[in-house]
Design a protein around this ligand. Structure first.
Ligand SMILES: Cc1cc2nc3c(=O)[nH]c(=O)nc-3n(C[C@H](O)[C@H](O)[C@H](O)COP(=O)(O)O)c2cc1C
Ligand SMILES: [Zn+2]
Ligand SMILES: [Zn+2]
Length: 641
């Protein structure tokens, strides 16, 4: 059988398997550097198919390097599997997230990883059947969406081993990416100033937010004096807490894009000087956190032409009416829609383009001849990085494009295995245009590879929570009993927020029997030592009480709900205090009768728990008891004791 036909049949024979894998990835989206589950699934699949698999090479826990075969040519395939934050979406033609604000495969890397696996297995079948020499290298490339994954891999030595690299990405057209797309530098500018009362004593403060704003003003003037198709964009990641507090800490995250490394380095250098100027102007201190960077892409013509030929030779994808209707409905969500065919099946001509958008494939393209092509996986009108794309990468439109991409990748590799003159021509062009061994990783050695936020726990302790620690768990883990406070009052806004937490706490039958005594006047505080020795000189106390005329009582055994309701309310307040940057300690050991007397507490009201609150002293620290947690196996039993 013709090798092309063999590849097509091999890939088609496992269609259901690839569809399942792509859908599993789609339903389990993991963002950049957190692709723990995706990495496991690909590792399993590669091992089952006889590849030698290295998991976590280059200091990157979610990277993979898997090889099969021997000798030259050595052909690398570049799989990606990270998702994008905020792009969760169900199968729907209106915005309908599975999880509000959750991640989603709006760039189709679920398809990308799977197509690359399918191509690798197609190539293996071809080499087995033909007996040709050759090595397949499957790279699992983390974190494409933050554009630093492949540069970190390259820094660790990846891709140099190759004679050729091939990459596929979903797209709005069937096409080859022959041209240049921008490279990038990514950095966060952190400013530290001096906090103060924005109205009472503004002259004493130095605003870190002012520094960010002046940097942005400077950057926006800089914009006019940079080469065409360069880009500067930013997003504030910390910008103060409240208008009446001069922000002593603020940060802004910048991307600088350009069509060559020289251009990016030049613009970035000028931006750093602008940032230093902003620090000078505001009397603040600047720290630059360089997150990474990548090269511009630069496709080799010889490889692009080969990919184009292969793509044009494949039978075009056929769509059902249902798929066409869905694509049209999605296309109509775009104001650009003018009735164009949302699912074109032709292959675009292979014409050179220059674009400012970036892929981190540029680094690979500066190490070896490397081509990139797309097949249609979403309507061109709607594009990607949006919910419409997440929808299509989870249905047959995306899955069909994925299969087409896998076949084209494996067939292109098949030609490279058979045509030594093709590889020679690719390298001749590469040497002339890019230059062999010219690559210098844009990320210095001292910038650490970001690590998965929950990798260690899930790897080392099978019983530890697999879910990513969200904000709540982080807050709960951070809180400890603070028993030493600064001599500094707590602002009324913060007292209000703590009382709001008490207000929204659940209570039995929503009877809301809680009554909170706020103690913050000097006279009231002076009475505290009569009630408890655990005052810790706090500037503020909350005494959580329960009104017994409003308490829910359990019918079955007459159990009174007062303590449970009070505990929930008190816990809410304690955690809100933590979130506000305050410290607190639950005090159960106080004299209720003394409290009654000191604060005129009526008979039907029972004081249950006391919460001293304040700003933790500089030398406040957790007691040894804080870190003594029972193992989860000891505290939880499943289903029955
Ligand atoms: C119901 C209850 C009563 C408590 N009473 C006191 C108290 O009277 N004095 C005190 O210093 N800490 C008290 N604590 C704090 C605990 O000792 C503390 O939460 C525990 O040792 C765990 O430490 P951590 O809060 O730093 O994690 C109390 C905690 C609870 C939940
Ligand atoms: Zn992508
Ligand atoms: Zn993307």
């Amino acid at each position: 059988m013709d090798y092309k036909q063999l590849i097509i049949e091999t890939i088609d024979s496992k269609k259901e398997y690839y569809y399942d894998l792509a859908m599993k990835l789609h339903d389990h989206p993991e963002t950049a550097y957190n692709e723990v589950q995706a990495c496991k699934w690909f590792t399993e699949a590669l091992k089952e198919n006889g590849f030698d698999v290295e998991v976590g090479p280059y200091g990157m826990p979610t990277a993979i390097r898997a090889t099969w075969g021997s000798g030259h040519p050595v052909i690398g395939l570049l799989a990606e599997y990270d998702a994008l934050p905020g792009l969760s979406q169900r199968q729907n033609t209106v915005h309908d997230p599975v999880i509000e604000g959750g991640p989603g495969h709006g760039c189709g890397h679920n398809l990308l990883g799977t197509a690359t696996l399918a191509a690798a297995l197609g190539m293996k079948a071809d080499l087995e059947a033909s007996g040709l020499p050759g090595t397949i290298v499957f790279y699992g490339c983390p974190a494409e969406e933050v554009l630093t994954g492949k540069p970190f891999m390259a820094r660790g030595g990846a891709f140099k081993e190759l004679d050729l690299a091939l990459a596929w990405h979903g797209g709005g057209y069937n096409m080859v990416h022959y041209g240049i797309a921008g490279g990038i530098n990514s950095a966060i500018f952190h400013y530290k100033g001096v906090a103060g009362h924005a109205s009472g004593a503004p002259w004493l403060g130095r605003s870190a937010l002012d520094a960010c704003e002046l940097l942005s003003v400077g950057a926006n003037y800089l914009r006019e004096h940079i080469p065409d198709k360069s880009r500067i964009h930013y997003s504030y990641i910390e910008a103060g807490e409240a208008p009446n507090i001069i922000p002593d800490s603020a940060s802004v995250w910048y991307y600088v894009r350009g069509l060559s490394r020289e251009s990016i380095d030049d613009i970035y250098g000028r931006l750093v000087e602008t940032a230093e100027g902003a620090a000078k102007m505001t009397g603040t201190k600047l720290t630059v956190e360089f997150l990474g960077g990548c090269y511009n892409t630069h496709a080799t013509k010889v490889v692009s032409d080969l990919l184009h030929d292969v793509l044009a030779e494949l039978p075009p994808i056929e769509y059902t009416q249902e798929e066409r209707d869905l694509a049209t409905a999605l296309a109509k969500t775009s104001p650009r829609y003018k009735g164009d065919d949302p699912l074109p099946t032709f292959v675009l001509p292979n014409t050179w383009y220059e674009s400012s958008g970036s892929f981190d494939l540029g680094d690979v393209q500066h190490i070896v001849p490397c081509g990139l092509f797309s097949t249609l996986t979403w309507p061109a009108i709607t594009g990607n990085h949006n919910w419409q794309a997440t929808c299509c990468t989870g249905n047959s439109i995306g899955l069909k494009g994925m299969m087409q991409g896998a076949k084209a990748m494996a067939i292109a590799a098949g030609r490279a295995f058979r045509e030594p003159e093709f590889l020679k021509a690719a390298w001749d062009e590469f040497d002339k245009v890019i230059g062999k061994d010219s690559y210098k990783c844009p990320i210095p050695m001292d910038v650490p590879v970001p690590q998965p936020v929950y990798d260690e726990r899930s790897e080392q302790d099978e019983k530890a929570p697999k879910a990513k620690a969200g904000c709540f768990l982080k807050l709960a883990e951070k809180r400890y009993s603070v028993r030493k406070f600064k001599d500094q009052p707590v602002e009324q806004e913060k007292i209000d927020a703590i009382l709001r937490a008490a207000q929204v706490a659940p209570t039995a039958a929503n009877f809301q029997p809680q009554k909170i005594l706020v103690i913050n006047s000097p006279e009231a505080i002076a009475k505290m030592p009569e009630c408890t020795r655990y005052t810790f000189d706090a500037p503020l106390f909350f005494l959580t009480c329960i009104d017994h005329s409003k308490v829910w009582v359990r019918k079955q055994d007459g159990k009174n709900g007062a303590d449970v309701d009070a505990a929930i309310v008190h816990t809410h307040m304690m955690l809100e205090a933590e979130e506000l940057g305050l410290g607190s300690v639950w005090v159960g050991s106080f004299d209720p009768a003394a409290a009654r007397k000191a604060f005129n507490i009526p008979d039907n009201i029972e004081p249950i728990a006391l919460l001293p609150v304040g700003y933790p002293a500089e030398d406040a620290e957790p007691s040894p008891l804080h870190s003594k947690n029972k193992p989860i196996e000891e505290l939880a039993v499943y289903n029955t004791f």
